[in-house]
Design a binder for this molecule. Structure first.
Ligand code: APR
Length: 181
């Protein structure tokens, strides 16, 4: 399992994987942050397709093609806005990971990259978001061998640290010089 989940620091729009996940909003019509970066890199056809999807509820995800991005699919997940943790935010974030992975599997995706959903404009605490991401991904991968690789794409070293701590706590952190065994 350790070699099926990997943390990287970088720009998710450059990931050479079958699918990348977008941290979208309920309109699916773009925004700032990673949503803006993905739409800029994909080109205008992405918004054209998104327009036909009729939005997406928080905690849910919808899939489109990747257009000018190097990936074949973009899975638009809508994370919760953090309101202190008393309004089901943790479960809604967990649901984003599950639904995105379900869609990925339905579309034959074997490699997928996630940004840190909800941890930017939506202000979800990064350490808690990292733990939810690792837990949900591990659980899904244990039951679905067809997804071979999940990248957790941190946009900065702070987020990488939170992901690595979460992996370590789950006994999934690969030693630096680990070869794929
Ligand atoms: N690649 C990878 N990660 C990125 C990139 C990028 N190019 N750009 C930003 N990030 C990271 C941020 O550093 C943060 O950790 O993505 C994480 C999510 O931050 P946001 O993009 O702000 O997303 P979120 O917090 O889920 O807020 C969603 O913001 O952009 C709008 O339309 C979007 O309304 C929605 C809201």
């Amino acid at each position: 399992m350790k070699d099926r989940i990997e943390v990287v620091v970088g720009d998710i729009t450059q990931m050479q994987v079958d699918a990348i996940v977008n941290a979208a909003n309920t309109s699916l019509l773009g925004g700032g942050g990673v949503d803006g970066a993905i739409h800029r890199a994909a080109g205008p056809e992405l918004k054209e397709e998104c327009r036909k999807l009729g939005g997406c509820p928080t905690g849910e995800a919808k899939i489109t093609r990747g257009y000018r991005l190097p990936c074949r699919w973009v899975i638009h997940a809508v994370g919760p806005v953090w309101h202190g943790g008393t309004q089901g935010e943790e479960e809604l974030l967990a649901s984003c990971y599950r639904r995105a992975l379900e869609l990925a599997e339905e579309h034959g995706v074997r490699s997928i990259a996630f940004p840190a959903i909800s941890t930017g404009a939506y202000r979800f605490p990064k350490d808690r978001a990292a733990r939810i991401a690792v837990r949900e991904i591990r659980c899904f991968l244990e039951a679905h061998p067809t997804i071979e690789k999940v990248f957790l794409v941190a946009f900065d070293e702070e987020m990488r640290g939170f992901y690595e701590k979460a992996l370590e706590d789950e006994g999934l952190l690969r030693a630096k010089n680990d070869r794929d065994t």
